[in-house]
Design a protein. Structure first.
Length: 238
């Protein structure tokens, strides 16, 4: 199976963007377990966009509608990742679909690996000042999942960071957590970009307690990004 065929299939399953990362770019990344990437050479990054009207309706906190939508998109991504993984397996490759959202360490807020890091390496988007992956098509208004594989897929190239001097996410952050520090490729650690504890405390103690929300989510930095507000057509091959 080649990369073009895989991307076409993933899009037919519901993905809006699909990229292939060369895992050589991600060697040394924190994973759970530590040997998670052993035996794999590629990672397929899958992106599904969030609803524009739902995101536009956010003020300075999440809404019950966004909370439900967030879960629905994660469920769709899990389904797409499973289908892509099975398709790769049927072609004779090894594959390991990873869930879109599963926190393994509730203190450090980490999972099996960073879907955002994979998406950046796969050219789905660049790493924004909020640490989110900023797609040129949808801005940070995307959710992500990953499928690891040893299939010899042609990898995509990372994109140039286009955040520049924009500070809208930093100005809007209700926790004051975004430091407004730019990066050309990726941050050495999330502490370089965020006062992470401020974000974690805000979403776990305040936003998760909101009626109808019930989850540690926010979405404000996602809403204000200018790239997310731009309406673009999806180009063939993305």
């Amino acid at each position: 199976m080649d990369a073009a065929s895989l991307k076409n299939a993933a899009r037919s399953f519901g993905a809006a963007q699909v990229g292939v990362a060369d895992l050589a770019l991600l060697r040394g990344i924190a994973t759970e377990p530590a040997d998670l990437l052993d035996g794999f050479s590629r990672a397929v990054s899958l992106a599904v966009p969030l609803s524009g009207p739902i995101m536009d309706a956010l003020g300075d906190k999440p809404t019950p509608l966004y909370a439900r939508h967030y879960l629905m998109v994660n469920g769709l991504l899990d389904d797409i990742a499973l289908r892509v993984g099975l398709m790769l397996q049927e072609s004779g490759a090894r594959s390991l679909p990873l869930p879109a959202s599963q926190v393994l360490d509730p203190v450090a807020w980490t999972s099996y690996l960073s879907h955002k890091a994979v998406a950046v390496a796969a050219g789905v988007g660049w790493q924004g000042k909020s640490l989110l992956t900023v797609s040129p098509l949808f801005g940070p208004r995307i959710r992500l999942a990953t499928v690891l594989t040893d299939a010899p897929l042609a990898p995509d190239k990372p994109l140039k960071n286009r955040c520049g001097s924009c500070d809208k996410c930093a100005q809007a952050c209700p926790a004051g957590a975004i430091k407004n520090v730019n990066t050309g490729w990726h941050y050495a650690s999330r502490d370089e970009a965020l006062h992470f504890e401020r974000c974690a405390v805000k979403v776990t103690t305040e936003f998760a307690a909101l009626p109808g929300v019930g989850h540690p989510i926010c979405g404000v930095c996602v809403r204000v990004c200018p790239f997310g507000a731009r309406k673009k057509k999806i180009a063939p091959g993305n």
